[in-house]
Design a protein around this ligand. Structure first.
Ligand code: GDP
Length: 471
């Protein structure tokens, strides 16, 4: 991929729309666009101004469309190249014609993501910001968009910057102690080095902890609703989904297949899986082979899917019938989820005010949060939503702060932490500083993968500026 090429692409989605935008980036973009534009009043393109005009066939001068053209002069553009955006009416043939004409004039069709890649290669965005552009475009909820916009503005890089500065400062002092020993640079004491490292590690640990929530914001989560037949799983599902989607019936165990619906809960995409039918089908399976054979093929697939959904779920709602008291199956279910993220729901509170919890009947799951609901009246549903969000957020993420949102970012922070912990044990074991530095550089390199490289010059500059050694 040549960075000097002028590239062109339709920037708006495929299909018809009110407006469609073609974007040109590269040194020739202004000249190429100029040949197909006739701007009102015979004006030329002006930097940072949207100008009205006509789109013309370059060869014949025939009018194709009325357009608005905007020139973003280098380096104040998305990619830092010269960029021209032509907003046409959103007809796919018109947009394609603009691209064809641009290509006939020497532009090349842009590769997917090439505009953002250029912005990165030109240092306009770091990798976390480039990832944020993709996240922003992919966002399914406004909350996701806001998180991505924060990262696009550099929230993660800003959080990492002071960490990196501290790490570089530590590296510089250790390097100085080795290289310029004769210049009276004091060798750092082990406690001092460890304290400096601990500061860096604490911040990184906080960031690493943010990944649990960042991942949920980014990818959403799966919530499985389990419980005995007829406790109100489908009704709760409908309340959460706010639509009459699953079929509700008074006969026990009629929802055989998985019903899945994705909703935005507090801006987080939540895949809600109604696993009604798991239990009784399981019980039938336990009754023996002959009985199992009677389960038809489709039902088998349904059960398998239910079990997979339950195993994959990030969060489980265990629904109990508040009026009925705990049965053996309830106890079994509670024991199953005791060690995972789960919420106990006492449903049908409108029928019975009895409190199962007060009777101390949650043996294995006494630590789980409990919410009382009536799927019939809607009572307690808001509380249930709030509890789901609370459980998902955990204590890790503070709203508005920087967080890791993908595996790549988590991997780099973990790699950095691992290197720093190796460095710390080296210091404790009085290993020579040359060796400690290797680990510190590894820790720094992992962070560089997130925010961009620290060059040897950066470290040298710091050595010389802070230690006044360059006599
Ligand atoms: P599922 O088998 O667990 O999915 O249970 P359903 O959602 O199909 O509900 C079974 C029956 O209980 C239906 O007749 C519902 O209308 C009723 N039901 C569900 N939730 C409540 C509730 O909170 N209060 C009352 N009174 N009835 C409910």
């Amino acid at each position: 991929m040549n960075l000097d090429d002028t590239i062109v692409a339709i920037a708006t989605p495929a299909g018809r729309g009110g407006i469609g935008v073609v974007r040109l980036a590269g040194a020739e973009s202004k000249v190429i666009a100029g040949r197909m534009l006739h701007l009102a009043g015979g004006r030329a393109l002006e930097a940072g101004r949207a100008l009205f005009g006509e789109l013309l066939e370059i060869e014949s001068g025939e009018r194709i469309d009325e357009v608005v053209a905007t020139w973003f002069a280098a380096p104040h553009s998305y990619t830092t190249d010269e960029i021209v955006e032509i907003s046409c009416h959103g007809s796919p043939v018109v947009l394609r014609r603009v691209v064809e004409m641009a290509m006939a004039q020497g532009a090349r069709l842009a590769e997917p993501g090439e505009f953002t890649q250029r912005a990165f290669l030109h240092g306009r965005l770091d990798l976390t910001q480039a990832e944020a552009v993709r996240d922003l475009i992919d966002s399914q909820t406004v909350y996701q968009a806001k998180v991505a916009a924060r990262q696009l503005k550099g929230s993660l890089s800003h959080a990492l910057l002071p960490v990196k500065e501290k790490l570089v400062a530590l590296i510089a002092r250790l390097e100085a102690g080795i290289d310029f020993a004769e210049d009276d640079v004091a060798v750092m004491a082990a406690e001092e080095i460890l304290a400096a490292m601990e500061e860096v590690r604490a911040t990184l640990r906080g960031l690493e902890a943010s990944f649990a929530f960042g991942k949920v914001v980014h990818e959403g989560l799966t919530l499985a609703i389990v419980g005995r037949p007829n406790v109100g799983k489908s009704s709760l599902f409908n309340q959460l989904v706010e639509r009459e989607r699953a079929i509700v019936t008074a006969l026990p165990g009629t929802t055989r297949d998985l019903v899945i619906e994705t909703v935005a809960l507090g801006g987080i995409p939540v895949r809600i899986v109604d696993t009604a039918g798991i239990r009784e089908a399981l019980e039938r399976e336990r009754e023996g082979e002959r009985e199992r054979e009677r389960l038809d093929e489709a039902e088998h697939i349904g059960i398998r899917k239910s079990m997979e959904a339950l195993a994959d779920a990030d969060l489980v709602l265990v629904v109990l019938d508040a009026g009925a008291g705990l049965t053996g199956v309830d106890r079994e279910l509670l024991a199953d989820v005791a060690n995972r993220a789960a919420i106990v729901v006492y449903n049908k509170m409108d029928l019975n005010q009895a409190d199962l919890g007060e009777r101390g009947e949650l043996p294995a799951a006494a630590h789980l949060p409990v919410v009382r609901t009536s799927a019939l009246t809607g009572e307690g549903i808001a509380e249930l939503r709030a509890e789901i969000l609370r459980t998902v957020r955990g204590s890790a993420a503070q709203d508005g702060g920087a967080m890791l949102t993908n595996l790549r970012q988590q991997g780099q922070v973990q790699a950095s932490l691992a290197a720093l912990s190796a460095a710390a044990s080296s210091v404790q074991n009085a290993v020579p500083h040359e060796m400690v530095l290797l680990d510190l550089y590894n820790g720094l390199r992992a962070l560089d993968e997130l925010t961009g490289a620290t060059t040897a010059d950066d470290i040298l500059n710091l050595i010389f500026s802070t230690f006044c050694i360059g006599k």
